[in-house]
Design a protein around this ligand. Structure first.
Ligand code: ZN
Ligand code: ZN
Length: 366
């Protein structure tokens, strides 16, 4: 009798395991497997078919682009990226080894920034405007996904007592005589001198005001040892999701940061005018300074291959570019510099096996 009871007991236990516990364990294992997928893998669905954005998603410690193994399908050896601290005139293509061009690329590097964003706006659309493929991070709305792209300073305006001038000499007036930064707003002795810094990046990097408030820009990030200079609490100055363009705005009364960036920006404008107005042909030369894989800034040099008109507006032509200039995840939002052309285009994504493509940019009708 006792033996029979024991037998029955194990029978029930076995039945229970087969019917309930085993399927439950199996399900748990499957859930774990899906949840532990590298987060970037889940964003790559459209890569190699309809083109993919190039935002870098952080999955651990920051890697060194050339020394450590960065798992990159697009540019496994990253030979087309030159760390800015190692960039010399010899990296320029033969026939283009020009001191002013070299200085110009260094000046662009000085105003390039890494754009870090953590939160994903609930307002991200399901699809790209007028397209059939998924808009980045739609499935991750209202979640925290640490990620980075690239930006470039587009304007620095110094204000004194609410009055300022931009680099074209245009007079600007703000409705406050003291610095509107958070620190000064709560201070009895707010600064009367401040700098307004505008940064261009792609709209898919910083989607809206909510993401901008949670975004930060790292300046002067040339090597791993570079001191950490960042600004956060940005706001959207301008956004065009269809053209994949966004301008972030930040206000600082930090004299050291504001005046340094102002100086660097004016230097870039001065060199651009000098090089672009020179009576020589630069061919299809196109360079980019970006932060691939969230690493310190890298220069890549290549060619623009096509400039396709989308529409026109007053004296401007709106167009999109394709180019061979190297980009990787983390390059989204970087400016494509087509030497000799006063064009403004931002890196939007890549086709496989190429080329890379921009969002809609502006060029002055000649
Ligand atoms: Zn890469
Ligand atoms: Zn202030």
């Amino acid at each position: 009798m006792f033996l029979k009871n024991i037998q029955n007991y194990f029978k029930v236990l076995w039945h229970c395991f087969i019917r309930h516990l085993w399927p439950a364990c199996h399900l748990l294992k499957r859930i774990k497997k899906v949840c532990l997928l590298p987060i970037s893998a889940t964003f790559q669905t459209n890569k190699y078919t309809t083109g993919a954005h190039e935002i870098h998603v952080y999955e651990g410690e920051e890697a060194d682009l050339h020394q450590e193994k960065v798992d990159c399908q697009k540019n496994p050896d990253h030979k087309n990226f030159i760390p800015i601290d190692q960039f010399t005139m010899l990296h320029l293509p033969e026939g283009h080894r020009d001191q002013d061009l070299y200085e110009l690329i260094r000046a662009v590097a000085d105003i390039a920034v890494k754009v870090d964003v953590k939160m994903v706006s609930p307002n991200r659309p399901k699809l790209w405007p007028n397209k059939k493929h998924n808009y980045p991070f739609y499935d991750f709305r209202e979640r925290t996904v640490p990620r980075s792209g690239t930006g470039e300073v587009d304007k620095v305006i110094k204000f004194i007592g609410g009055k300022g001038f931009d680099h074209n000499g245009a007079k600007l007036q703000r409705d406050t005589a003291s610095c509107p930064c958070e620190k000064c707003r709560d201070s009895d002795v707010p600064s009367t001198e401040w700098w307004e810094i505008h940064v261009d990046t792609a709209a898919h990097v910083v989607y809206d005001e909510l993401e901008a408030r949670h975004a930060s820009c790292r300046l002067f990030y040339n090597t791993k040892q570079s001191p950490k200079v960042t600004f956060d609490k940005c706001s959207i100055h301008y956004s065009n999701v269809e053209g994949d363009w966004c301008v972030l705005s930040h206000v600082t009364c930090n004299q050291k940061v504001g005046s340094k960036m102002h100086r660097k920006f004016l230097r870039w404008v001065q060199l651009r005018d000098k090089v672009y107005n020179a009576s020589r042909s630069w061919g299809n030369l196109a360079f980019i300074v970006s932060h691939p894989h969230g690493c310190p800034k890298q220069v890549s040099i290549g060619s623009w291959t096509d400039n396709k008109e989308v529409s026109s507006y007053k004296e401007y032509i709106l167009s999109t570019l394709t180019y061979t200039t190297g980009t990787c995840q983390g390059s989204s939002g970087a400016t494509i510099h087509c030497v000799g052309h006063f064009w403004d285009h931002l890196h939007s994504g890549t086709y496989h096996p190429g080329p890379n493509y921009s969002g809609t940019g502006l060029e002055l009708r000649i």
